[in-house]
Design a protein around this ligand. Structure first.
Ligand SMILES: Nc1ncnc2c1ncn2[C@@H]1O[C@H](COP(=O)(O)OP(=O)(O)O)[C@@H](O)[C@H]1O
Ligand SMILES: [Mg+2]
Length: 259
């Protein structure tokens, strides 16, 4: 559990369009890395390369390396399906399967991976995953109700439970709180702080306070103009990035002068 990722000279394309240029960064294990930057600079695109979701889009491709504990995720003999099990993802809008119960939602990823699982192991896994997602107490008496019967914040924690049920090493989160109210947002932030003991977490956020609150390291991406590729401008400890960044563009962005 919890692995470090070394990204090396990664270029990310949609067909001929270079969306993200030449990113190199180290994502540390057992920590939260925040990706910040103005809209369109390639944060989501970059994030999706870390579990090979990017290439699902027709014409989309990647050049360069992303090495997780010594294994290049883009090596020819690596199965992208297995990468997606090891590197889970949580999206902006909570997306539980609407026709499935709460318990079935937790098990959905495990079943997709064709794992056979006994009834009692399944029950244990449901409880374990929901407990880790800080949702168990709220739903333990209604596990058979539809996932869609939960509030937005609960649905997002259900999606986190579903993601961790397959025992990934890394969790990618793309603006996981931007559809949530402030209380639910704090619940997810608290959860991230707990989960980083076990997982490597990479979170995209447009909320500077959130990046400052939850992350250990922050990477600032920027874009020179429409049609230009997004680039990693700098990355450092979050406290350094927010107190004394080394690039003027970072300073301008975090102090709210643009973006
Ligand atoms: N499916 C897609 N096909 C083509 N271009 C895309 C696609 N998704 C995003 N892009 C382009 O890639 C660039 C980066 O987008 P994105 O990664 O969504 O930025 P961010 O998450 O930082 O707002 C933008 O120019 C965007 O229009
Ligand atoms: Mg995005």
């Amino acid at each position: 559990m919890s692995k470090r990722i070394e990204v090396n000279d990664l270029n990310v394309y949609y067909g001929d369009f270079l969306a993200v240029e030449d990113v190199s960064m180290t994502i540390e294990a057992r920590s939260v890395t925040a990706l910040i930057g103005p809209s369109g600079c390639g944060k989501s695109t970059f994030l999706r390369t870390l579990n090979r979701m990017h290439e699902v889009i027709p014409g989309a491709r990647v050049k360069g390396k992303a090495v997780m504990d010594g294994q290049n995720l883009y090596a020819a003999d690596v199965d992208p399906v297995e990468v997606r099990r090891q590197v889970g993802m949580v999206f902006q809008r909570p997306n539980p399967f609407p026709t499935m119960s709460i318990a079935e939602n937790v098990l959905a990823g495990v079943k997709l991976n064709n794992k056979r699982i006994s009834k009692s192991d399944a029950e244990d896994l449901v409880e374990q995953s929901l407990s880790k997602a800080n949702l168990w107490k709220e739903v333990k008496d209604r596990l058979a109700r539809p996932g869609s019967s939960l509030s937005g914040g609960q649905q997002q924690r259900l999606c986190i439970a579903r993601a961790i049920a397959v025992k990934p090493d890394v969790l990618l989160m793309d603006e996981p709180c931007s559809a949530l109210d402030p209380i639910s947002t704090l619940a997810i932030e608290d959860l991230m702080a707990e989960l980083k003991d076990d997982y490597t977490i990479v979170v995209v956020t447009h909320n500077m306070q959130q990046a400052a609150r939850v992350s250990d390291r922050t990477a600032f991406f920027n874009i020179a103009g429409t049609g230009k590729p997004g680039k990693l401008i700098e990355m450092d400890d979050t406290s350094t990035m927010f107190s004394s960044p080394s690039q003027q563009a970072t300073e301008d962005y975090i102090s709210g002068r643009f973006g």
